[in-house]
Design a protein around this ligand. Structure first.
Ligand SMILES: *Cc1c(COP(=O)(O)O)cnc(C)c1O
Length: 394
């Protein structure tokens, strides 16, 4: 059976009423027959039927044993970080998601956890960064916003040989394209806020573990710390996942078209998209994922923050906003938005130049998206020229 068919039929019909949509069990507690004797649920922080359906669904999609749904992607990452003890070290991808960077360096570092950032596109660099104290390798692939790809299988082997866990933040790819657990990773985390939810209408996080025991540990932390996903939001994520494969296929198709179009545009300098043959990690992306995703980044020939600002305020269909993975196309300027707190020199060295622009390709008609990009690039050119002319003293 194909994954899409399996997915649609893995969402159970309600055994009580026959409802084809999972009921939203909006309840805090469950009546018990006698102390400790219940129908499998006693209190919704610990377990809730709607959330449990989502948790089983994501575990199945990622090919893992245990799924856990959190109130945000960062809460999911936080639960994984709680596996560490003072003195432990993390080896992490160098262009890590900003929120994970803040969590590791500003929260966990004060509890005695050390983070080493390396260029994980080279597995040898990962290997060389590992010390006897390394307990966790943290990957994102593709990364944000320059879409670097790391070889999950090669790094999983290094993790195994070094007796540390490999966790992959699979937000950008989604399980429709990439299943890290099947490539040897131990844990997958998601910001379900993005492709899994898919409609920019909720904040949610998911964790999936390959092994039951590790899943039980993380479930313990969730119940002990309390960052659960509410029943209604769980239902919304289930509803999003039901169309995940279809949406992601279309995101990929349009993103490829946009990337190729940008590449031939005279106002555009570099285009970052793993589906382009000249992307430095194109072959690894092809090997480990079924598609190249819906995010495209590019820089302008006119490499200034002014030009980038002119562009991101000139698009009509692409709305200027943080986040990604929804049905509506979004545009963002990492240097002044998501990556603002990173020192300029460090930021530029990582490829996040002043004019770098990130697009989240939505589900609009691809031709309409190209037209919007064309008019915005023309307008940018006019604005930049006018500003330059005004700056010249008479
Ligand atoms: C958005 C995002 C997160 C954080 O998720 P929230 O749901 O916003 O807490 C983590 N990792 C990646 C790659 C993201 O894009």
């Amino acid at each position: 059976m194909q994954a899409t068919t399996q997915l649609i039929h893995s969402i159970p019909v309600d055994p009580l009423t026959g409802a084809v949509s999972v009921p939203i069990y909006q309840t805090s507690t469950f009546v018990q027959e006698a102390p400790g004797i219940n129908k499998g649920f006693d209190y919704s922080r610990t377990n809730n039927p709607t959330r449990a359906t989502l948790e089983d669904l994501i575990a199945q999609l990622e090919g893992g044993q245990v799924g856990i749904a959190f109130s945000s992607g960062l809460a999911a990452i936080d639960a994984v970080a709680k596996l560490l003890r003072p003195g432990d070290e993390i080896v992490a991808v160098d262009d890590i998601y900003g929120g994970a960077y803040r969590l590791f360096t500003q929260v966990y570092q004060q509890f005695g956890v050390t983070i080493n950032f390396v260029d994980t596109t080279d597995p040898e660099k990962v290997f060389n960064a590992i010390t006897p104290n390394t307990k966790l390798i943290w990957l994102e692939t593709p990364t944000n916003p320059t879409l670097k790809i790391s070889d999950i299988e090669a790094i999983a082997q290094i993790a195994k040989a070094s007796h540390c866990l490999l966790c992959v933040d699979n937000t950008f790819a989604s399980p429709a394209l990439q299943q890290p657990l099947l490539l040897g990773a131990d844990i997958v985390v998601h910001s379900a806020t993005k492709y899994l939810g898919g409609h920019s209408d909720l904040i949610a996080g998911l964790v999936v573990t390959k092994e039951k025991e590790l899943g039980a540990k993380l479930k313990f932390y969730q119940n002990a710390c309390g960052a659960i996903l509410a029943p209604f939001d769980s239902w919304l994520v289930i509803r999003g996942i039901e169309t995940l494969h279809l949406r992601v296929q279309q995101h990929c198709r349009s993103a490829q078209e946009v990337a190729e179009w940008l590449q031939q545009h005279p106002a555009v300098d570099k285009v970052y998209y793993p589906g382009l043959k000249d992307h430095p990690n194109h072959e690894i992306a092809k090997k480990q994922s079924k598609g190249f995703g819906g995010i495209v980044s590019f820089s302008l020939k006119q490499d200034s923050a002014e030009a980038a600002t002119a562009f991101v305020t000139s698009t009509q269909l692409f709305k200027l906003a943080e986040s990604l993975g929804g049905i509506k196309s979004l545009v963002s300027h990492p240097a002044s938005m998501t990556h603002k707190t990173i020192p300029a020199e460090k930021r530029r060295a990582a490829g996040v130049t002043d004019s770098l622009i990130r697009l989240s390709i939505g589900l609009e008609d691809a031709g309409d998206l190209l037209q919007d990009l064309q008019q915005a690039l023309e307008k940018t050119n006019t604005i930049v020229k006018t500003t330059a002319a005004e700056a010249v003293p008479c």
